[in-house]
Design a protein around this ligand. Structure first.
Ligand SMILES: C[S@@+](CC[C@H](N)C(=O)[O-])C[C@H]1O[C@@H](n2cnc3c(N)ncnc32)[C@H](O)[C@@H]1O
Length: 485
């Protein structure tokens, strides 16, 4: 079973069938309309079932793969002429009672910009409130976290890229049109098979390899490494753990290993980008722990959310479909106790970006809304941090076009109590500044140098030299993109 492939002829026929039926993101959206689509996004299939009653091939494909409903065999034969037996043999379809077939795998259209793909994964769990614990080797489809990594990935052209823990191959698909050679790895043989199938169906060249973390690429280097790894921090499982989210490594060691070993597998100037969960251990600053993993490399870790242990355990028990099951409270109790024994007071969730050049790690919390895709802004920020001149006074700065000033204070007061400069783009940074810094930024039109503006402000305000106080703050505004040089 493990070695089964999608034959080229079948790929051609499936693609032709999907295209003829308009089984595309647009086609499905048009058939289901807004409310049925929204309901489906909430895992409710009833409305979409009502919208797909005509019995044409698009209805059949939607009912099979997106609604997980059984469909009369003759309609399936009409949608995939001559191929149902092979689709059953491959485990994509299955018999579902008398003269009925159902999907055994999820095959769904997916698109970005003008690119249209079909992605093969395990069936989405939890439709219509069903509670279904997942099989340990469950292969995750396109999840919100998958898309978050897609949007984080720096938009570079690369000779060679590595996708660790490829799952259904979604990251690799996105890299295909700008990377010469892609290696996709996983420990789950089912994931590797479905990735090969997804790649074949989309005519994307991928090298798929089995093994844990960097094992399958020993001695190799890449320009770009991406991973949405199995980062869930869970106690050693009594029963089989869910491979798509847990490794059995202690605490956040899977993330630590990925980061620590990345420089060895990156070309000079290469990038490694990960989604991650990390432990916030009592008495330790999480930023320092993560900075310890990246050594002298240039890095940027952003904690997008922090959960306390109870919230964390609830989140992942829910994700595993265990709510309402008899073992729910005992699992909850054991998980919480285990986190407490490990001195975990909270769990951080976010991203780690590593650029393989000399530098240091910036680690910070930024839970606010950001522009998407954020990848181009990640690239810009690294450029600004790594290129920041040691001597700023001679620079002629200009203010970024997206900066706005917000002031707040008592009505009628002469001066505002607070001034905030806010960027509209990228991380949508907000910096509270004083009147001197606000005046400085306002004067940055490229005409005068930093030193000249600071000196002019000092004499206007009858202050001593402003350089020592303000140059570090100006450096911060440059790295966060408020000011350009
Ligand atoms: C959260 S899923 C991510 C899937 C996909 N890349 C995405 O972005 O949606 C994590 C994947 O890592 C795989 N995995 C688990 N343990 C691993 C290990 N030790 N080394 C490499 N991959 C592993 C799982 O089988 C799973 O496919």
């Amino acid at each position: 079973m493990e070695e089964q492939e999608l034959a080229a002829g079948l790929v051609d026929r499936l693609r032709a069938a999907f295209e003829a039926a308009a089984y595309t993101v647009e086609g499905v959206a048009a058939r289901l309309d807004g409310s049925a689509n929204n309901a489906l996004a909430r895992n409710e299939t009833t409305l979409a079932f009502q919208r797909t009653a005509a019995g044409d091939s698009l209805d059949t494909m939607i009912r099979l793969f997106l609604l997980q409903r059984a469909v009369p065999r003759d309609l399936v034969e009409k949608a995939f002429p001559g191929d149902t037996t092979e689709l059953i043999a491959l485990g994509i379809l299955r018999e579902a009672g008398r003269h009925q077939l159902a999907a055994a795998l999820d095959v769904r259209p997916y698109a970005e910009d003008d690119r249209q793909w079909w992605v093969i994964a395990d069936l989405t769990p939890g439709l219509d409130g069903r509670r279904e614990p997942m099989r340990p080797d469950y292969v995750l489809g396109i999840a919100p976290a998958s898309l978050s990594l897609v949007r984080l990935t720096v938009p570079i052209k690369a000779g060679k890229a590595l996708d660790i823990g490829t799952g259904c191959g979604i990251q690799a698909l996105h890299l295909a049109d700008r990377v010469g050679q892609i290696v996709a790895t996983d420990v789950n043989p089912r994931a590797l098979r479905l990735t090969r199938w997804t790649a074949a169906l989309n005519r994307v060249e991928l090298e798929v390899r089995a093994g844990s973390l960097y094992e399958p690429v020993a001695g190799e280097q890449f320009d770009l490494i991406v991973s949405n790894p199995p980062y869930v921090i869970a106690p050693p499982a009594a029963d089989a753990r869910l491979t798509y989210r847990e490794t059995g490594f202690a605490g956040d060691a899977v993330v630590e290993q990925l980061v620590r070993q990345a420089p060895r597998h990156l070309t000079e100037g290469g990038w490694c980008q990960l989604l991650a969960n990390w432990t916030c251990v009592r008495g330790q600053d999480w930023r320092e722990r993560i900075a310890g993993w990246t050594g002298d490399r240039s890095g940027w870790a952003v904690q997008r959310e922090q959960l306390d242990p109870a919230e964390y355990v609830e989140l992942w028990l829910r994700d595993a479909g265990l709510q309402g099951r008899p073992e729910y409270t005992s699992r909850y109790d054991a998980w919480l106790r285990w986190l407490d024994e490990q001195q975990v007071e909270a769990i951080g969730m976010g991203w780690i970006n590593l650029h393989n050049v000399a530098g240091s790690m910036d680690a910070e919390e930024w839970p606010y809304e950001i522009e998407q895709p954020i990848g181009p802004h990640v690239l810009d920020r690294f450029e600004r941090v790594e290129g920041l001149p040691a001597e700023l006074t001679g620079l002629h700065l200009t203010m970024a076009e997206d900066v706005v000033q917000e002031t707040a204070g008592q009505p009628g007061a002469e001066d505002p109590a607070t001034i905030v400069l806010r960027r509209q783009r990228g991380m949508r940074r907000a910096e509270q500044v004083d009147t001197v810094l606000a005046g400085f930024v306002g004067a940055c039109d490229g005409e005068l140098s930093v030193g000249q503006i600071l000196d002019a402000l000092a004499s206007l305000l009858e202050r001593d030299d402003l350089h020592a106080d303000y140059l570090p703050k100006i450096a911060g505004l440059i790295t966060e993109g408020f000011l350009h040089y």
